[in-house]
Design a protein around this ligand. Sequence first.
Ligand SMILES: [Fe+2]
Length: 149
Amino acid sequence: MRAYFLENPAETVGGDKLHDEGIFYLKLPTAEAEFRAPLDTLCAARGYVSQDVVQLGSATPNLEPLLEKFFTEHLHTDEEIRFVVAGEGIFDLRDCDDRWMRVHVVPGDLLIVPPNKYHRFALTDTMHITCKRLFQNQDGWAAINRPAA
Ligand SMILES: [Fe+2]
């Protein structure tokens, strides 16, 4: 994981800043045999009741409109929990001063976007990511786009 302010990539966003912004970050092993137990513990502790795997890449049907949707600034009323198992991606998250913080995630990175935090997602130039998505309540999970300024 690597995080910095989008307007000034030389300005690193540290773990303390992410924590202050309500963003949870955890580094887990990349091998399933090794991440299974700590991931189960996290699910039990935080009340995650279901999970699935999402894969984005050149073979994904309708990739372009999907990426356009994910890169539209939005929020959710539940947490967005992603654990990267392969590939890489970019989460842009608004800080409390409305500055974009760019978080570059790689395998082993688990990121939790808190409820009501504006964000967007993009692939990197490698154009591939495989993530586990964890859910508190699959029914209520929907994107709410930010109204145009
Ligand atoms: Fe989202």
